[in-house]
Design a protein around this ligand. Structure first.
Ligand code: GTP
Ligand code: MG
Length: 353
């Protein structure tokens, strides 16, 4: 799962990226734009289970972040802007970053940053519309010459016309697709359709203003206020120093952790856990996934030879000391393939191949 940081130049994307991935970025893929890094999803459940099992290995869920260069202002940037937008298209979700700190052009207020983000969203919608127009032209020619599959081409043409209108009106979310339409729609990877987290990047003084932070974050569930330079400093501190430092700002955890978790939720991902002396591990599934799908994340053999899932809630495991204790206390459910795995489930799969 890839999440791209996108925004106007100098908004603090790279600073935020480095705060999120203090270990540094992994080597960029050949020809890829921007750096990428695989980042652990902070998870108190994994921490607690590790304390209990003291396993040889602990594995967190991860997501991948891509730090894109700043998007040049509309009408400039040529090739570079096309490359940035197409790299963003490859990501499953976007973090749009706007700066409120003074980066040379004087202090900025929230309204200015919001306007800048509106501009960015318009840019992305226009890039989608450009793709639609090109495809519509091509389909029209194909339909006229009967060089493709005319029926299928007509259906795609009609769908794209609907999508064009929806993107123009910012109403993509309101469309109901048939399975065939859904498939076509997904293949286009429209930027306007990507789940988004909005991050406003403040300077130290603005960030100390809790009222401003609250005002920003009250504007929606996927809006976060941060100070990327501060986050970068925090990432270098020991756990103890971190707690102290954060307390000065009235925080209990770094916002970089919140950003990572918010992205996880944005993508509708959840974690279930497996535990043991060898390994405590968080596994990533999509909300709504069944036990057999979850089993397949661990190994295709476990899905193929699936017998039953032994499921205990995290709370029950904690209350009864460990998985065994909770099982002895009768807290275990034995579930079949179609059972829906929930976020705090600890699972042991019975299988035979
Ligand atoms: N005061 C303050 N300065 C910041 C903050 N975040 C970034 N900066 C500064 O702003 C400048 C640009 O930051 P970058 O993180 O490189 O911005 P960017 O969005 O990656 O820039 P491009 O990749 O060129 O588009 C740097 O000098 C940062 O130190 C912040 O939260 N507060
Ligand atoms: Mg940068």
């Amino acid at each position: 799962m890839k999440i791209a940081l996108i925004g106007p130049p100098t908004a603090g994307k790279t600073t935020l990226f480095e705060a999120i991935a203090p270990g540094g970025s992994t080597a960029a893929r050949k020809g890829a734009l921007g750096s990428n890094a695989v980042v652990k999803v902070p998870d108190p459940h994994v921490d607690r289970l590790t304390e209990i099992y003291k396993p040889k290995k602990t594995i967190h869920a991860t997501v991948e972040f891509i730090d894109l260069p700043g998007l040049p202002t509309a009408g400039s940037g040529g090739d570079q802007r096309t490359r940035i937008l197409s790299a963003a298209r490859d990501a499953e979700a976007l973090i749009e970053v706007a700066g409120l700190f003074d980066f040379g052009a004087g202090p900025r207020d929230l309204a200015a940053a919001e306007a800048e983000l509106d501009g960015l969203r318009t840019e992305m919608a226009l890039a989608d519309l450009e793709i639609i127009e090109k495809r519509l032209d091509k389909l029209a020619t194909q339909i006229q010459r009967k060089s493709g599959d005319p029926e299928q081409d007509k259906r795609e043409h009609a769908l794209l016309e609907r999508l064009r209108e929806a993107i123009e009106n910012g109403a993509l979310g309101a469309i109901d697709f048939s399975p065939e339409q859904e498939k076509i729609f997904r293949a286009y990877q429209f930027l306007a359709a990507k789940p988004r987290l909005t991050v406003y990047n403040l300077d130290e003084t603005q960030f100390a203003d809790t009222a401003l932070r609250a005002q920003i974050e009250s504007s929606g569930p996927n809006v976060i206020a941060t100070c990327a330079t501060l986050e970068q400093e925090i990432a270098q501190l020991s756990a103890e120093e971190q707690t102290e430092f954060l307390a000065e700002y009235g925080l209990t955890e770094p916002t970089s952790g919140r950003v990572v978790r918010a992205c996880y939720h944005l993508l509708d991902l959840i974690s279930f856990y497996t535990v043991g002396e060898d390994e405590v591990r968080a596994w990533t599934i999509q909300r709504g996934d069944t036990a057999v799908t979850a089993a397949g994340k661990i190994h295709s053999d476990i899905a193929r030879g699936f017998i039953r899932a032994e499921v205990i809630s995290y709370e029950d495991v904690i209350e009864h000391g460990d998985f065994k204790g909770a099982k002895a206390a009768g807290k275990m459910r034995l579930e079949g393939k179609e059972y829906e795995i929930l976020p705090d489930h600890i699972v042991h799969f019975r299988f035979s191949v």
